[in-house]
Design a protein around this ligand. Structure first.
Ligand code: PGA
Length: 253
């Protein structure tokens, strides 16, 4: 039985003070907390230590980073490595987000190096994949996404694949308010599970304009285990509402 997982991707939002405030607000009202549903927050690097401190001892919310370098240390100005994230208490790291691929030149090969480094250091990679609008219109979503997943896990064994997380985020759905149809997203995820036995029971999240009023329809699908949430995770009350909505369906689906 796969667990549900909701991950807040705060992107380049929130100062340390704002991050602390949001986490405190989220922890003040625990009505969203459910034993069978995991929650993680991925703040900017600068707020990781403060968020870790706010979450300490709580156990209900895990910490994640939004990217990392694949090396352990070295002359890579501006970069952050897996051991640095582990030291801060990170459990997850988002890798290959479409904004990283599109704006910062991350290729499938780079994502693969990062996935291997994350796994080698005990981090759970949340590997983000997704097709562009043109690819979507041309009916190439499945082939694009399965090729990204294959490349991301090149040389990774079944055991490590199984403990990873994949986030299917159609690029055209990110931050646009235009979410993919849940059934269509589910079909792409079914194709991901067919790639390799190691991916058969992997946790797969949907991402792209997920809101409190749409998450239930996504997690009701057989292959969708949760969400990677950008905009709707920034406000504590709206993220709490989204988590509650995901659980309602989890219990009845
Ligand atoms: P969004 O972002 O929920 O704001 O569309 C999702 C993501 O980029 O992970």
């Amino acid at each position: 039985m796969r667990r549900r997982l909701l991950v807040a991707n705060w992107k380049m939002h929130k100062t340390v003070a704002q991050a602390r405030e949001t986490v405190r607000a989220l922890l003040a009202d625990r009505s969203w907390a459910q034993p069978e549903l995991d929650v993680a927050i991925a703040p900017p690097f600068t707020a990781l230590a403060a968020v870790a401190e706010e979450l300490r001892g709580d156990g209900g919310i895990a910490l994640g980073a939004q990217t990392m370098h694949w090396g352990e240390f070295g002359a890579f100005t501006g970069e952050i490595s897996a051991p640095m994230l582990v030291e801060l208490g990170c459990r997850y790291v988002i890798l290959g987000h479409s904004e990283r691929r599109r704006l910062f030149g991350e290729t499938d090969e780079i994502v693969n190096l990062k996935v291997k480094s994350a796994l080698a250091h005990g981090l759970i990679p949340i590997v983000a994949v997704g097709e562009s609008l043109d690819e979507h219109k041309a009916g190439r979503a499945k082939s694009r996404v399965t090729s990204q997943v294959r490349n991301a896990f090149e040389g990774v064994d079944e055991f490590d694949m199984a403990r990873s997380v994949i986030a299917y985020e159609p690029i055209w759905a990110i931050g646009t308010g235009l979410a993919e149809d849940p059934h269509a997203a589910d079909e792409v995820m079914a194709a991901i599970r067919d790639i390799d036995p190691g991916l058969r029971e992997v946790q797969i999240l949907y991402g792209g304009s997920v809101k409190a009023n749409s998450i239930a329809a996504f997690v009701a699908q057989p292959n969708i285990d949760g969400g990677l949430v950008g905009g709707a995770s920034l406000d504590a009350a709206s993220f709490a509402e989204l988590i509650r909505a995901a659980h309602t369906k989890a219990a009845t689906a």
